[in-house]
Ligand binder design. Structure first.
Ligand SMILES: [Zn+2]
Length: 98
C-alpha cells in the first residue's frame, strides 16, 4: 500500500484495487488503531500486573511509552485493516474506479 512511510500508492500492484481514497476515508482507521492499541495494552497490563504481579510503578511508564509508539508503528496496518473491513462490508468499494 505504501512506497514510503507517508506516501501511499494509488493502486494495489497485485489486484489493482484503488487504495488512494478521498479525504477522510481513512478516518475510520484511527478507531481501528485505537481499538487494537487499547486491547493489546489491556492484555499486556493484565499479564504483567495480575499474572506476574509486577508493581504498578514499574510497568506504568513502559505502558505509557507503548501507547505512544505502538499506534505510530501500526499506522499502515490499521489503514490496511480499515480498507479490508470496508471491502467486506461494501463490495462496491472494490469496483470503484473513480
Ligand atoms: Zn491488492
Amino acid at each position: 500500500m505504501y512506497r514510503s512511510f507517508a506516501k501511499m500508492n494509488n493502486r494495489c500492484s497485485n489486484c489493482d484495487l484503488r487504495i488512494a481514497r478521498p479525504g477522510g476515508y481513512y478516518l475510520g482507521s484511527v478507531y481501528v488503531n485505537y481499538g487494537i492499541t487499547a486491547a493489546t495494552m489491556t492484555v499486556i497490563f493484565l499479564t504483567l500486573r495480575v499474572g506476574f504481579q509486577i508493581p504498578m510503578k514499574t510497568i506504568i511508564w513502559p505502558l505509557f511509552a507503548f501507547c505512544l509508539i505502538f499506534p505510530v508503528l501500526f499506522f499502515h496496518h490499521a489503514r490496511a485493516l480499515w480498507l479490508a473491513i470496508d471491502c467486506q462490508i461494501d463490495r462496491s468499494v472494490m469496483d470503484d474506479d473513480g
